[in-house]
Design a protein around this ligand. Structure first.
Ligand code: CUA
Length: 309
């Protein structure tokens, strides 16, 4: 986790933006220092003194006026060139098919890996040192995909597809958030990018491809039957079970994820119980209704979800 991710770039794309920000900050800082310095100098040097005559009045100075038109113009040309360079680094030309498709929903992130046949939610795993092409879409309103340490901000617009390249130099967890106001729970539309060495990424990939196992008789099996009886399956998918809803996150590997409700809570059994008991108390306005489950039903469902590793 990084303190000020915008200034702590961890990918070539983010470094392109950071170096542009720092260059513009330096140029503007120099202009500010020059203007404040000259103003303070003039205030002191030419202040009114008792008995002093009126200073000489000057009307127009052609050379100075040309100078203070040409210098800012050249500075702007310089910033323009830096900007075009930064755009090329942060948004390299797109080629090939997307490695990842992220779809913004109110208020969570659907994450597909079309080449790998994986679907997950609210976390994006990537292998380090490799630029992955990400296609960005929206299911309802405008969202914005932003991982400050790794990539440029990019809008997700219904009916429009945008692309970014996502890459990380080092293994780590990089925080992401929705950067476009998208409704009541916009603040709880977060995600994590988990960058892993290639071998760990392949292990994760292999885990994610497996369908959900059928639990042995007991609480988990009762939970699985509840999942099918209680209309959970109308909105959620679990591969390996007759559940193929798409309104909410795919739950095939729910237990492998770190957060619940797009970052609103860590994914622990007690938190999962709270969420199932009344999602509206935790994330008011989210699509998941209060199903008025009994304590025993919540316990069985949590047992079942713990088997979805
Ligand atoms: Cu989605 Cu803000």
């Amino acid at each position: 986790m990084r303190a000020v991710p915008v200034f702590d770039a961890a990918s070539p794309q983010a470094r392109g933006i950071t170096s542009l920000s720092l260059a513009v900050l330096a140029i503007c800082g120099a202009i500010l220092a020059l203007i404040v310095g000259l103003t303070v100098y003039n205030l002191i040097r030419f202040r009114a003194k008792p008995g002093a005559p009126e200073p000489r009045q000057i009307f127009g100075h052609k050379r100075l006026e040309i100078l203070w038109t040409v210098i800012p113009f050249l500075l702007l040309v310089w910033i323009f060139v830096l900007t075009v360079q930064a755009m090329h680094v942060s948004h390299p030309p797109r080629h090939g098919q997307p490695d990842i498709v992220v779809i913004g929903h109110q208020w969570w992130w659907e994450v597909h890996y079309p080449k790998l046949g994986i679907i997950t939610a609210n976390e994006v795993h990537i292998p380090t040192g490799q630029a992955l092409l990400v296609r960005l879409e929206a299911a309802d309103v405008i969202h914005d995909f932003w991982v400050p340490a790794l990539a440029p901000k990019e809008d997700m617009i219904p009916g429009v597809t945008n692309y970014i390249w996502l890459q990380a130099d080092e293994p780590g967890t990089y925080l992401g958030a929705c950067a476009e106001f998208c409704g009541a729970e916009h603040a709880w539309m977060r995600f994590q990018v988990i960058a892993q060495p290639a071998s760990q990424f392949r292990a994760w990939e292999a885990d994610q491809r497996r369908p959900a196992p059928t639990p042995p008789a007991g609480a988990a099996e009762r939970g699985r039957r509840l999942f099918l009886d209680k209309t959970c399956m109308e909105c959620h998918s679990i591969r390996g079970v007759a559940a193929a809803g798409s309104a909410g996150p795919d739950l095939t590997h729910l237990a492998s994820r770190r957060m619940l409700g797009a970052g609103v809570m860590t994914n622990t059994p007690p938190n999962l119980s709270l969420w199932l008991t009344n999602p509206q108390a935790i994330k008011p306005g989210c699509l998941m209704p209060n199903l008025n489950l009994t304590h025993a039903q919540v316990r069985d469902l949590v047992s079942y979800f713990q088997t979805l590793k």
